[in-house]
Design a protein around this ligand. Structure first.
Ligand SMILES: *Cc1c(COP(=O)(O)O)cnc(C)c1O
Length: 424
């Protein structure tokens, strides 16, 4: 019995009153259902719109309207330096220097650019490890790089098997890496697995990969803005993410990359290049001898998509004020409360299995629930009650209470509704 929590409305309200971050909810638009705010637990798929998104966007539209091409050089955020303004807040979120991070492109595009740099098979060292049930885009990207290099994925792409409950066990990861040894070129894993919500030990995995002379890269789509990260100190080689999930920057908006300084500072790291990665001292001399920007900036291809990035800035500004460490503290108790309610209630405990690890150090905010019978029908009833969660075949509902705009009362309301549906 977990004595930290109580199964009551009043208790949920009391936690909300004590929550130092509760005012941040006011900074977001909450969609409505039948005239009432929905309970939005889908920030792991598409985060909500910050109210300031419009102001940030309008300011750049105004600059374009009034200055035309001059917008590149005027205003408080001139477009020629526009990629620089997201560096500080992103570096705080991922635990890096500003030189190691840049926002650009979309997630799968960046994955390709990073694989082009960091998947360099040579001799026997050709193998790549990904996890079973990886997000298809990541799997496809890796396979395509192997094929382009004449390496057969059927033989050399190692799929790290999950335990029967969906768990990626650290022992298994360690064993697989050490078995492959000198044949391993790269391990590419998620920070937080999108289906199960498991948070992996990035530091340990990176260390194990390095011990056999391989590289370690991470897809942080479900980790950034969800859990604090320390990519530089963890010695991660490279990472990428998207900004439209926990980062609330809008559908399809700009991604970002992390390149560890030991690669970013070296002019010998191979990369696909474009004019925006050329050193900004001489970029506009338009010479064709490539002189890379130091750090992650050298991977930029094109000039910045200002309108998307403007909205990204609006969101990052909120994260800077809230602070990822404080958000994580709240997140642990918000998700802990949800877990408590599901596991302590006899009916729910009987009908629902949580596949996300119960140890808070092995998960972010998401819980993935297996609904043992009639999952799809139960999911649809939740939706019709104004609860936004998502459905993953064959029987999983993913529930992601996010600390920026969700409340303990949201969690309680979800629990009461699910209990009502299951008891019918
Ligand atoms: C969300 C997500 C994607 C989506 O890729 P896009 O290029 O942004 O469409 C890819 N991989 C993972 C692991 C994701 O969670």
């Amino acid at each position: 019995m977990n004595r930290q929590y109580e199964d009551s409305d009043v208790f949920a309200k009391s936690l909300d009153e004590k929550d130092a971050l509760n005012l941040f909810r006011e900074e977001f638009y909450i969609p409505k259902h039948a005239g009432k705010d929905v309970i939005y637990f889908c920030g792991n798929s598409l985060g909500l719109q910050p109210k300031t998104a419009n102001t940030h966007l309008q300011s750049e539209l105004k600059s374009w309207r009034e200055n035309g091409v001059g917008g590149h050089f005027t205003g408080d955020k001139p477009w020629v330096r526009y990629h620089e303004f997201s560096k500080r807040p992103l570096a705080e979120l991922i635990g890096s220097s500003t030189q190691e991070v840049v926002s650009m492109n979309s997630l799968t595009t960046n994955l390709h650019l990073l694989l082009a740099s960091f998947y360099q098979p040579s001799g026997d060292r050709v193998k790549v490890i990904v996890e079973e049930g990886a997000f298809p885009s990541d799997h496809f990207a890796v396979e395509s790089h192997m094929r382009m290099k004449g390496i057969d994925p059927a033989q050399h792409l190692e799929i790290l098997g999950l335990d029967s409950n969906g768990y990626l066990s650290p022992q298994k990861i360690a064993e697989t890496i050490s078995q492959l040894g000198q044949q391993l070129a790269l391990i590419l894993l998620p920070g937080v697995q999108y289906y199960t919500g498991q948070l992996l030990n990035i530091k340990l995995i990176t260390q194990l990969a390095h011990e056999v002379g391989a590289l370690a890269g991470f897809d942080l789509a479900h980790a950034i803005g969800n859990v604090p990260l320390a990519l530089h100190d963890d010695q991660v080689d490279f990472a990428t993410w998207c900004s439209y999930k926990y980062l609330n920057s809008g559908p399809g908006n700009v991604s970002g990359i992390f390149i560890h300084d030991r690669h970013g500072k070296s002019p010998n790291t191979p990369k696909l290049t474009g004019w925006w990665g050329h050193h900004d001292h001489t970029r506009f001399q338009m010479k064709t001898t490539f002189d890379p920007m130091p750090g992650a900036d050298g991977w930029q291809l094109s000039n910045v998509n200002v309108f998307g990035t403007a909205i990204h800035h609006a969101s990052l500004d909120i994260f800077q004020r809230a602070g990822i460490q404080r958000l994580r503290q709240k997140s642990i108790s918000l998700t802990g409360f949800l877990e408590f309610l599901i596991t302590e209630n006899v009916l729910l405990n009987d009908r629902v299995t949580i596949i996300t690890p119960s140890n808070p150090t092995e998960r972010g905010c998401q819980l993935s629930l297996i609904i043992k019978q009639q999952g799809k029908a139960i999911f649809e009833k939740l939706v019709s009650e104004g609860i936004v969660v998502d459905w993953r075949e064959p029987n999983v509902i993913r529930v992601a209470p996010t600390p920026l705009y969700n409340t303990f009362t949201d969690v309680y309301q979800f629990y009461k509704t699910l209990k009502m549906i299951l008891s019918k």
